[in-house]
Design a protein around this ligand. Structure first.
Ligand code: A5P
Length: 230
């Protein structure tokens, strides 16, 4: 099966965990788009849920799909968040944020009682770090954060160009930070989180409860300690 087929297969399997009465966190990206479409289809068929979104792009998709939305500023607890990832390791630690939504994605993940990640097989890695870790920063802290990232061994690259930098949904900047293979993700999480002006980063260490990953059409559900075939 092709990669999109695998993304969709993982998304459909995860969407089956959504039930009536839930407040659901909707992720961002091409894999999350399949979940939004499927939940929209089920809402049209009578599923009664509400959702919060992690980006303006997902908001537009969810509205078009007819999913009832609540503003996140009104929400402290979410039943289930479903989102994609850029890399996931065997301990269900992940790098997220290629789509630039990692700050809102982490708030939604932290508010969620359970978080499920959906992915095609290409996202599975033995060790995190081939992908850069995206960090969202306050524009006025740009030079300062670049200096601090370099001081802890990272190579930060401004997303976009100096003349036309990429802007997040919150109008902030993104630095894609290359660290290479990550030996100590917990320490790196602490070091990044301690930099003033760095608003959020794409390392997700303890938020993910389960992964649905599809390879050649076969979906596997991996919980933090249990592996079953979906
Ligand atoms: C969005 O900011 C990201 O965290 C995405 O969830 C992640 O990049 C995966 O995206 P795809 O599903 O498009 O690969």
């Amino acid at each position: 099966m092709n990669r999109d087929g695998d993304k969709q297969a993982a998304a459909l399997a995860a969407a089956a965990e959504v039930g009536d009465g839930m407040l659901v966190g909707l992720g961002t990206g091409s894999t999350a788009a399949f979940v939004i479409a499927e939940i929209g289809r089920r809402c049209a068929a009578g599923l009664r849920i509400e959702a919060v979104v992690t980006s303006l792009a997902s908001e537009a998709m969810a509205r078009a799909a007819g999913i009832p939305l609540r503003p996140m500023d009104d929400v402290a607890r979410i039943d289930l968040a479903i989102d994609g990832a850029d890399e996931v390791d065997p301990d269900l630690q992940a790098i997220k944020g290629a789509g630039g939504a990692m700050l809102r994605e982490k708030i939604v993940a932290a508010a969620a009682r359970r978080m499920i990640v959906i992915a095609d097989g290409s996202k599975r890695v033995a060790r995190l770090g081939a992908a850069p870790i995206p960090v969202e920063i306050l524009p006025l802290a740009h030079a300062f954060v670049v200096d601090r990232i370099a001081a802890i061994g990272g190579v930060p690259q401004l997303r976009g160009t100096a003349d036309a930098p990429y802007r997040t949904d919150q109008s902030n900047l993104v630095l894609d930070c290359h660290f290479g293979p990550i030996a100590d993700s917990v320490s790196l999480d602490r070091l990044l989180s301690a930099i003033p002006g760095l608003l959020g980063h794409g390392l997700f260490l303890d938020q993910i409860d389960a992964l649905y990953v599809a390879e050649d059409g076969v979906v596997e559900r991996i919980a933090r300690s249990v592996v079953t075939t979906a």
